[in-house]
Design a protein around this ligand. Structure first.
Ligand code: ADP
Ligand code: MG
Length: 295
């Protein structure tokens, strides 16, 4: 087709890209997508704004995004100011009561509101929650309790956010939740995102992080595993290919998929517009885990 000399190639490309997104927009419109927001995409000012714009764009085209966030770097910064040592085991933060106070203040009080403000600033309609609000998440002690106030998700009740999603609001959820007795727990944000995706019958779970995805060799960014089935993902944990903070990520993908979520994505949040690349292009950019090899 001859290109009209009055249309700049730049503009032609722009509308072409937009047009190519149509089948994806149609497919995901009205569907829920749970996004775990963290890593560099949370720290770098430009990436942060790009992520907020992407999320607002998803909401504008009818996708129903739900944001779950951690805030590791900011928690570490405040722990340091208060001279409390940050300790990790198996990718999880050892959480004594003093650390828990800081986790709760930083995640619920500060990080959550920064994200809500950032999304609203670019035209989103964001509303902040912790696991406590509306009984959204109930925690229980993780493992034998040796990590302190680290929680697992005992139960998710998304009733409070469903009407908001239907009204076009973007729920932003921090990964702090009380147990049955009202004690606050620190839960890995990936875990909360996975359980929430399952409870919401989400189309997708997208985990933004600081690696290209699951790497076959974690020292080699070129060894990205683009596609994995549930059973292959289990194998990657069992064989030790996946370690550290990638373990809760991969595990929550597995749990979400086993409970009916269609696809889980581990994506490099350092890449501008990683979220849109993953949702609106066929190839995507990170690791996609699906329930069966057909997906
Ligand atoms: P986030 O802050 O996004 O939750 P984490 O640091 O908790 O990120 O988890 C991601 C980290 O997991 C990577 O930076 C990497 O050090 C580690 N990791 C372990 N195994 C792998 C693997 N196979 N592929 C990629 N990253 C891995
Ligand atoms: Mg982590």
């Amino acid at each position: 087709m001859p290109i009209d000399p009055n249309i700049s190639p730049h503009d032609a490309l722009r509308v072409e890209v937009l047009s190519e997104a149509l089948p994806f927009i149609q497919r995901f419109s009205g569907r829920r997508v749970v996004i775990k927001y963290g890593g560099a995409a949370m720290v770098d000012e430009h990436l942060r704004e790009a992520v907020f714009r992407d999320i607002a764009l998803l909401a504008s085209v009818g996708v129903r995004p739900v944001v779950v966030h951690g805030g590791g770097p900011e928690i570490n910064q405040w722990l340091k100011r208060l001279a409390i040592e940050a300790v990790f085991q198996e990718g999880l933060r050892v959480t004594d009561p003093a650390t828990m106070d800081v986790v709760e203040m930083v995640l619920v009080g500060r990080v959550n509101k920064q994200i809500v403000n950032g999304l609203n600033h670019v035209g989103g309609n964001a509303v902040g929650f912790s696991g406590a609000d509306g009984g959204l998440v109930q925690a229980r002690t993780h493992g034998d309790g040796s990590l302190g106030l680290v929680g697992d998700v005992a139960r998710v009740n998304p009733a409070v956010i469903i009407p908001l999603l239907d009204l076009g609001y973007i729920p932003v959820i921090s990964s702090v939740a009380p147990n049955a007795e009202g004690q606050s727990y620190n839960i890995n944000a990936d875990t909360v995102a996975g359980e929430l995706a399952a409870a919401l019958d989400a189309e997708k779970l997208v985990l933004l992080t600081d690696t290209p995805g699951i790497l076959r060799d974690r020292a080699d960014p070129g060894s990205l595993i683009r596609h994995s089935t549930l059973s292959q993902a289990r194998e990657l944990i069992a064989s030790g290919v996946v370690a550290g903070g990638m373990v809760p990520k991969t595990e929550c993908c597995i749990r979400a998929l086993a409970q009916g979520v269609k696809a889980a994505h581990i994506v490099d949040g350092r890449v501008p517009h990683a979220l849109l690349l993953e949702v609106f292009t066929k190839a995507g950019i990170g690791t996609m885990v699906v329930g069966s090899s057909s997906g």
